[in-house]
Design a protein around this ligand. Structure first.
Ligand SMILES: [Zn+2]
Length: 242
């Protein structure tokens, strides 16, 4: 499904609710400007774009947040401005409690929490850059960091990225949201998952083929392809320790 762009102004009551929520979030912030857009998304409950130069934050929030109480608006402020982990957990619980407000969802099918702003990498801007540069803005997917985990340990494998066809959702492992991981490497993993929307999974000799010849050829179009693969080989242990 491709969603058509809305051109009409939202109704006055939505504009008022957005204004009110902006003021209530802003009240908990020392500085910065917040612009809130309320949505009726099925998958993305929160998405933040940060513009550090002019201390501006563009926030898209599911309408369940319109009547949020001060505990929640304070958590929103801390999540938006500082990407605070406790705030993120509070928001996660709030979303779970309110998931029956999400179209086509019930309490029994918890909503996927979308967090694009990481501590070191912003998935939303990486996705947008790649979509414009390589895909003519044709990829229609949500993207999120995966769940945080507990104490770091050495793992045998990590799924650095995944793409869910049903949810149109790209998930990137939190292990990559660390200072030593370069921007181009995160972009490379995101690029790979975006390609999964372009290439259908085919069945070959009775087995599902995730990475066809054509997929691999497209993958090699990534500008820092060699650099990304070589970086991965050299830093595998560090990536797996999370
Ligand atoms: Zn893949």
């Amino acid at each position: 499904m491709r969603r058509a762009k809305k051109s009409a102004e939202p109704p006055q009551e939505i504009l008022d609710a957005q204004d009110s929520l902006e003021r209530r979030i802003r009240a908990h912030m020392a500085r910065g400007r917040v612009v809130v857009t309320l949505t009726d998304n099925r998958y993305t409950m929160i998405s933040v774009r940060r513009f550090p130069k002019d201390r501006r934050y563009e926030v898209r929030l599911h309408h369940m947040f319109a009547s949020a109480d001060p505990v929640i608006t304070r958590a929103l402020a801390r999540y938006i401005a500082e990407n605070d982990a406790d705030a993120s957990r509070i928001l996660g619980d709030f979303i779970d409690d309110n998931s029956d407000h999400v179209r086509g969802r019930s309490r029994r099918t918890p909503t996927t929490l979308i967090f694009t702003a990481g501590e070191h990498h912003d998935l939303r801007s990486i996705f947008d850059e790649l979509n414009e540069r390589y895909f003519d803005n044709r990829i229609d997917a949500a993207i999120t960091w995966g769940a945080r985990t507990g104490r770091p340990r050495r793992r045998n494998s990590i799924k650095m990225g995944s793409y869910s066809v049903e949810d149109r959702l790209i998930r990137i492992h939190r292990s990559l949201d660390r200072a030593f991981v370069p921007h181009f490497f995160v972009a490379w993993i995101v690029f790979h998952e975006m390609l999964h929307q372009v290439h259908d999974i085919r069945v070959k000799n009775g087995r599902r083929e995730f990475h066809s010849k054509e997929f691999l050829a497209d993958e090699a179009q990534f500008e820092q392809y060699d650099e990304a693969r070589s970086w991965e080989r050299r830093h595998l242990d560090a990536i797996l320790t999370y």
